[in-house]
Design a binder for this molecule. Sequence first.
Ligand SMILES: Cc1cc2nc3c(=O)[nH]c(=O)nc-3n(C[C@H](O)[C@H](O)[C@H](O)COP(=O)(O)OP(=O)(O)OC[C@H]3O[C@@H](n4cnc5c(N)ncnc54)[C@H](O)[C@@H]3O)c2cc1C
Length: 390
Amino acid sequence: MANPLLKTDFYDVDGLFEEEELLARDEVRRWVRERFMPIVEHCYRDGEFPLERALELAKLGTFGANLHGYGCAGMSSTAYGLMMQELEWCDSGLRSFVSVQGALCMYPIYAFGSDAQKEKYLPGMAEGKILGCFGLTEPDFGSNPGGLLAKAEDRGSHYRLNGAKMWITSSPLAHFAIVWAKLDGKICGFIVEREREGFSTPVQDRKWSLRCSVTGEIVMQDVDIPKENLLPGAIGLKTALACLSQARYGIAYGAIGAAASCYETARDYTLSRIQFGKPLASFQLIQTKLANMLTEITKAQMLCWRLGRLKDVGKMDFAQVSMAKRNNVGRALEIARTARDMLGANGITDEYPVGRHMMNLETVNTYEGTYDIHGLILGERITGIQSYGG
Ligand SMILES: Cc1cc2nc3c(=O)[nH]c(=O)nc-3n(C[C@H](O)[C@H](O)[C@H](O)COP(=O)(O)OP(=O)(O)OC[C@H]3O[C@@H](n4cnc5c(N)ncnc54)[C@H](O)[C@@H]3O)c2cc1C
């Protein structure tokens, strides 16, 4: 009988998904193995995202996969989550590229944009021909975006934007940014095209983590944009946070992929690596590590399955997303660190993916709300007391 521990889907969670959800996942799985795995280490070493793959990701339907109309795939949120899982099995930077395009740029236009904005941007974005980025974080405001300083001024015929954003995924590659700035003291979302005068996106390099993703600043010096570039429904911090909820949902699913890759690598490695005359996998300390990894992956799969079903019927709550993002990324990071250790010296080379996943997950644990901030969001839900406000 085959060793059941060799199955990463230990509880037959696949049995809970619809056939078309599994088909969508498997298509992304095939593509990732054929088209991204062969180049990922090279991209990571060079600190590049291979932009030529964007059109292929579009053909798979990954951009705005769970949005309807405008050329989007109109899949279930569960199918979308499973796609994110496959992308992150390969690399968190690859999944981040897709999350930013779909959940952080297409979603706000879809949910808060005018009909004209939807027609203008969404079909081209679904096709991967127009790329976006999402500028919320500033040099002095990360966990506390409510304090952001970027300013929009009503100049009668247009808005004038000033301010700086930092740590913005894909900003140096994007055709436009969704920028969050204060207009009359209220945080609002604006579409700012790259070619606007006074708009620039210097690259932030020298990263240890998420190297297969291009990160940059957004600098705005007296950038004038037409009035129709305001997203009419994106008024108030809550709307920016609603976009983050979409992205965090995908991250919760994605982290399972990174964790599974680490677990599978550690299992295969310890089964074949001989020390003290026996495979490493025959030692008790190694076996309990593998057991812990598989248990955490299985729990994360169950959380996401339920969260996806809640999202599909419009019942997903942001605090539930906080729980899944926090847990799944936190456990994935622990699994990656453990796998790195189990591979010994080989764990620090790029012959195996575990060191790369471990470094990536440090970012994933921090962005879109840190591990501790999500703990505080849950703490507020449990007690009714907000502990992190000013
Ligand atoms: C590679 C990368 C890509 C990113 N992409 C984007 C993007 O596309 N768009 C975007 O807008 N942002 C992006 N970010 C920014 C990211 O969302 C922020 O880094 C994150 O929100 C944390 O903010 P910070 O780095 O300013 O840390 P801080 O807010 O300064 O937090 C530092 C530490 O203090 C803790 N802390 C903060 N407040 C409290 C409190 N009240 N109680 C207890 N502990 C607290 C935090 O948990 C953390 O451990 C990206 C970041 C990275 C690294």
